[in-house]
Design a protein around this ligand. Structure first.
Ligand SMILES: [Mn+2]
Length: 356
């Protein structure tokens, strides 16, 4: 698996005309190596793969990174890299220009005698299609989130604070085997539910309010992502209408997703429908995004999403309607693009649930 990834990245390196690649970001470096720690580096050339870390991680790297030579550095990494680049006769070193900070770049530029070539997206392009093991891990992360949601339905009551809900949700996911959270959970109720990314506060959840929970967990380095919106007590007619529109838009997009379409085309189906129901101005974000080692990755499912959907991509379908000073909602499923269309990985119910 790692061998295949290295082979594939070398093909891309040759195309790009670089003879070495420096990987610094956790997601790219670990995808290419099998490492599960952080703050380490790898240098891949056309015939060697070197994993570089410090004493905190050397033993772990020896256990996890089987396809690389393991090297431990002390002191300044840029000094180490400069020496290595000379030893290996590197002329053009690809670097993650979308990850490395400007000050890091300046430091490398000063110390290295080789040319630095930006390779933005090169590893991400490989990561966009998930293999069977990656899909298994994402499915497990999604099922943990589903179980946690089911538990939350028995836990949530009016008069709880958003933070109490958040804590129980996160505790439950970890108890069910998650190693961490995909991102800071969103728990937004009442007027705060019009904040698409409203994180939990001390606000007390009350009857007659929407409660939006957008959350996900990490399992074996892979993320899940889902959103459900509940109503506490009874919804009014406007809330019911908003919910029906968002749910119908979400389902229309699900029916549309299949290989060969662009993210833009899928987004348009949900967006046009929401627009036709009069809520167009209240749906500001993209319909979805890819999910993998990080919760937002390629492809984009939005008005700017030009990537073509292919089997093995994992994406979200998450339309929402947010009315300032009133409230809002979003419904999000995690989806695997298949040969025939798609498989829904989030199994939680989507019909409006009212918490009595
Ligand atoms: Mn999402």
């Amino acid at each position: 698996m790692i061998c295949m990834r290295i082979e594939n990245i070398r093909k891309k390196m040759e195309k790009k005309g670089i003879d070495a690649l420096l990987l610094v970001s956790d997601s790219n470096r670990n995808y290419m190596s099998g490492f599960t720690g952080n703050e380490s580096f790898s240098v891949i050339t056309l015939d060697r793969a070197i994993f570089i870390t410090d004493s905190r991680y050397t033993q772990q790297a020896r256990e996890e990174v089987k396809e690389y030579e393991i090297s431990e550095y002390k002191g300044s990494f840029s000094d180490y890299l400069s020496k290595l680049a000379k030893e290996l006769n590197i002329n053009k070193l690809g670097f993650e220009d979308d990850i490395i900070s400007y000050s890091q770049y300046l430091e490398y530029e000063e110390k290295l005698s080789c040319e630095l070539v930006p390779i933005k997206g090169m590893v991400q392009e490989l990561r966009i299609i998930k293999d069977n093991d990656e899909i298994k891990n994402i499915k497990k992360a999604a099922s943990i989130a589903d179980k946690a949601f089911k538990h939350m339905l028995t836990f949530i009551k009016a008069s709880m604070s958003e933070k109490e809900v958040e804590l129980e949700l996160e505790f439950t996911m970890k108890k069910l085997g998650a190693s961490g959270l995909s991102f800071t959970s969103i728990v937004a109720s009442g007027v705060r539910s019009s904040l698409p990314h409203g994180t939990a506060t001390d606000k007390i959840i009350q009857n007659g309010e929407f409660l939006t929970m957008d959350f996900g967990c990490v399992y074996n380095e892979y993320c899940s992502d889902m959103t459900r919106t509940l109503v506490i007590g009874e919804p009014n007619d406007k809330m019911k209408d908003m919910y029906e529109v968002v749910l119908a838009a979400q389902k229309k997009a699900l029916k549309t997703i299949k290989p060969g379409l662009t993210g833009k085309e899928v987004d348009k189906v949900a967006r046009d429908y929401i627009q036709s129901k009069g809520y167009g101005e209240y749906f500001g974000h993209g319909l979805g995004h890819g999910v993998g080692r990080v919760v937002h990755e390629m492809p984009r499912i939005s008005p700017t999403g030009n990537e073509i959907l292919k089997p093995g991509m994992v994406i979200t379908d998450e339309p929402g309607v947010y009315i300032p000073n009133f409230g809002g909602l979003r419904i999000e499923d995690l989806i695997l693009v298949t040969e025939e269309g798609c498989e829904i990985l989030s199994k939680s119910p989507k019909e409006l649930i009212c918490i009595k």
